[in-house]
Design a protein around this ligand. Structure first.
Ligand code: SF4
Length: 462
């Protein structure tokens, strides 16, 4: 899932700096590319590139981007390969003036929409869904940008949180099921939009509320206006935000992510019922759940694996070879702590299994007498059609194997997954209030159509 940011102020001319900080706080949501668009009221300037926020948005770049409206994006490629052409925001000149757009999520009907637009003469320069949305908006025969967005919205299916700006307005909208997060914040007279509320804390802004599923918000000189465009979606917020994606200090539906993860760990401890000497987290996303597990089980908690914090998340790196390499350079066991102990290793999830196998091996090699793997989510059995880059079940460890086969493959003494019921109880939601499709196979907003060949981008020399 990517991270988006929107900033609107009537007076402050430093939108770029605030947007930069909001993006920086959401770096964990994507590390392949970063970008910012800023309007000074006359024209929109864009700076984007491959790499981290700090690499792309330098002081020098920000100093040239005066303005009071801004949108930003950090990208993890769910649709479209990692390539400079797919870095966002995208900019277009339309009948409504310049429009910059950035998006998180995945349209399940993108192939059909792209084909239809191409048949009508559209030319694509990226393989992103954002370009499809921009084209749809630009082609509506409407007098106002608001009306054009509403009409374009009716064509979109799947998961999306979009921020869009003109030279005088900031617009945000969210898919009818609310799969992708989008929050509204306030700092004096300034309004912000962000994937996660933690972005507001960084800026000193206050969290107002989440954009509702199917809601469009428009922020301009008249203030903030809102309109629910589609109230028909069944609520399906991505439960994986609680498990893995989001920062522990973010809030969704009034719940703090760290506390939800601790609750998940407690529930897992009840279900696993293990006897052990030590609970350790798989850093960093297993930490909160491991703390809850240890508290509930009455087993000491400690940090048995130390992480080099300057290596990116292995899950987000794009190839298997890089992922494997990433694991070796990223973690180091604390032998003095692990030697001779019966260890419970708590991980947030097992998707491909590569990282978990290496981690179990590392703990064992450090001298642990037993390694029990406790997973703070149910079995990952189905591909995500809404944002995670797992196109088919071939990439998952669980679908074709029994739990015992997975345990043997990972080299653990025992393996414990959280039940679906346990997940609902810990998150405080019913099964029809969240998206849990990667565990249950119940897709609330449809599945991909047949894909189109999108291999048309030039070699990237950026
Ligand atoms: S399938 Fe899983 S990862 Fe994808 S949106 Fe649903 S809960 Fe989130």
């Amino acid at each position: 899932m990517c991270g988006v940011l929107g900033y609107y102020s009537d007076v402050v001319a430093e939108a770029a700096y605030f947007a930069y900080l909001g993006l920086y706080a959401q770096q964990h949501r994507g590390q392949q590319s970063a970008g910012l668009a800023v309007s000074d009221g006359r024209r929109i300037r864009i700076k984007k590139g491959m790499g981290l926020v700090t690499q792309v948005l330098t002081n020098e770049a920000l100093a040239k981007m005066n303005g009071r409206i801004s949108i930003g994006h950090v990208r993890y490629s769910a649709a479209g390969e990692p390539h400079i052409a797919n870095a966002q925001p995208l900019l277009g000149a339309t009948r409504h003036g310049q429009i910059a757009i950035a998006h998180s999520g995945r349209l399940v009907n993108s192939a059909g929409l792209r084909r239809e637009l191409q048949l009508n003469g559209a030319v694509f320069q990226s393989t992103t869904d954002s370009e499809i949305i921009l084209n749809l908006i630009a082609r509506q025969q409407c007098d106002s940008i608001e009306a054009a967005v509403v009409k374009a919205y009716s064509r979109l299916q799947g998961a999306f949180a979009v921020v869009l700006m003109t030279n005088d307005a900031l617009i945000g909208f969210r898919d009818p099921s609310g799969i992708q997060p989008l929050c509204i914040g306030k700092l004096a007279d300034t309004i912000l939009l962000a994937s996660e509320s933690a972005a507001f804390d960084t800026i000193g802004a206050e969290f107002m509320r989440e954009v509702r599923p199917g809601e469009l918000v428009i922020i301009d000189a008249q203030g903030l206006r809102s309109k629910v465009i589609n109230a028909q979606g069944r609520p399906a917020f991505c439960v994986f935000e609680y498990i893995y994606f989001a920062r522990p200090d973010s809030y969704f539906a009034g719940k703090n992510v760290h506390l939800v993860r601790k609750q998940i760990g407690r529930r897992l401890a009840q279900e696993a019922n293990l006897v052990a000497d030590l609970v350790i987290p798989a850093p960093d996303s297993g930490t909160s759940a491991a703390m809850g597990f240890a508290e509930e089980a009455g087993i000491p908690f400690d940090f048995g694996l130390m992480k080099n914090r300057y290596v990116g998340r292995t899950f987000i790196q794009p190839t298997q070879a890089l992922r494997q390499q990433g694991v070796r350079i990223k973690l180091n066991p604390v032998r003095a702590l692990l030697a001779g102990k019966r260890v419970v290793l708590v991980d947030d999830s097992i998707v491909r299994g590569t990282t978990s196998a290496k981690t179990v091996e590392m703990v064992r090699e450090a001298g642990a007498s037993e390694v029990h793997l406790a997973v703070a989510s149910p079995m990952f059995l189905h591909p995500c059609h809404y944002g995670i880059d797992i196109p088919s079940t071939d990439h998952l460890i669980a679908p074709e194997r029994t739990k015992e086969e997975i345990r043997a493959l990972l080299g653990a003494d025992s393996l414990h997954y959280l039940s679906l019921e346990g997940l609902y109880a810990a998150v405080g939601a019913k099964s029809d209030q969240v998206c849990d499709a990667c565990f249950s196979g119940r897709y609330a907003a449809g599945m991909y159509e047949a894909t189109q060949d999108l291999d048309f981008l030039e070699d990237d020399n950026d």
